[in-house]
Design a protein around this ligand. Sequence first.
Ligand SMILES: [Fe+2]
Length: 94
Amino acid sequence: MSQFVWEEKYDVGVRLFNEQHKQLLNILRDVYKAMEHKQDKAAIAEVINNLIKYAKEHLTQEEACLKENKYPDFENHKNYMKYLFQKLSNSMKI
Ligand SMILES: [Fe+2]
């Protein structure tokens, strides 16, 4: 499950966001474990909902920071996050 381990190369230079990204990876591991252990749909839905909730909280803060600092690729970042949330939401409909 090494794909959900934070590495120095993911450092974005902002301690708060590094910590939030680490937490997102922790929650992703929970999702992976729930699916790997073939937990029931309710248990899997719960961890995915945790992921969505935390990701939205993180993204709200991250986008505010990017916008405030006039991040040049802000629109692409925002659109990509929107795309990922759509994929996550679709996964909940299965
Ligand atoms: Fe982020």
